[in-house]
Design a protein around this ligand. Sequence first.
Ligand code: ADP
Length: 338
Amino acid sequence: MQQQISDKKRLLSGMQPTGTGALHLGNLEGALRTWVRLQDDYHMYCCIVDWHALTTRYHDTEAIGPACRQVAADYIAAGLDPDKCAIFIQSHVKEHAELHLLLSMITPVGWVERVPTYKEKRDLLQERGEGDESISYGLLGYPVLQAADILLYRATAVPVGRDQAAHLEISRELARRFNRLYGETFPEPQALITEDTGVVPGIDGRKMSKSYGNAIYISDDADTVARKVKEAFTTPTKMRKSDPGVPEQCAVCQLRKLYDSQGYITSWDEDRQGIRGCMQNKAELTEILNGVLEPMRRRRNDLLNDPAELDRVLKRGADKAREAAEATMKFVRAAMHL
Ligand code: ADP
């Protein structure tokens, strides 16, 4: 059965529209760049998982729609091509909900209770004193919805960072369980470990993350990039220009290395020898970053300023995704005698 319905390899990738939805350099280098490279070799389904955002933001739903559009604009600004891959919003393809429901029936509760991200979120909410009522059934079911997202497209690959491969395990187990119960329907999705660019540091030297307030966003204008880089942490022991720097401990040097694969060598040497100051490093990084980001900013602004065009892109993506999803659901319903 599977033979009939699968052709070119399929790949599912997704991001949550958290916060304002704007994506940062960590998202760009840690995920989007890889997706862009893969879009020629796979049928790619690039989902913006708004229902997942509800697992923690059910009280704040107004911001989710606009955030989805920001994510879509960043996807395209980073180089995802709507002609090659399906760029769509999860809630526009209702089959995600149907498959989630069916999979939830065969998911042992113990499997989802054991998931570390659920346990972490639960502990965090409890720490904030938000109590048991803020931990929803939906939050517990998050991995089942994720499995539905992947299996719905019979994706054989899911691009993930090295530390996230374990997140796929429930999807794989659910595919196996479904196939055992109802006959071979889903391929087991494999983690496609994306080339390790390593962790992109934020301006405070910790991992760049929305939640740490240390991120440089694709959407930041040139002045904002300059201001953030100016505020960035450098070698803690370098007080004067003549003090030797330790580029490995300097967020500015690390970002330079990422965006200037040749030029950074000289700048690191000079920094180590104390013949280069942090101001120069920061000014040069600002220029390099703005050079990289400017075309992306333009592209995303064009899209966001033309809502009808963005709507068309998202509709086209959802139509393409729905076609694949509906084909899978026919097999699923038949396998379950529904
Ligand atoms: P955030 O921490 O800002 O909420 P997410 O956890 O939503 O980011 O990450 C979305 C994707 O971006 C994931 O694939 C993740 O691996 C990648 N990513 C996020 N931050 C970084 C970072 N600092 N360095 C490398 N990759 C990152």
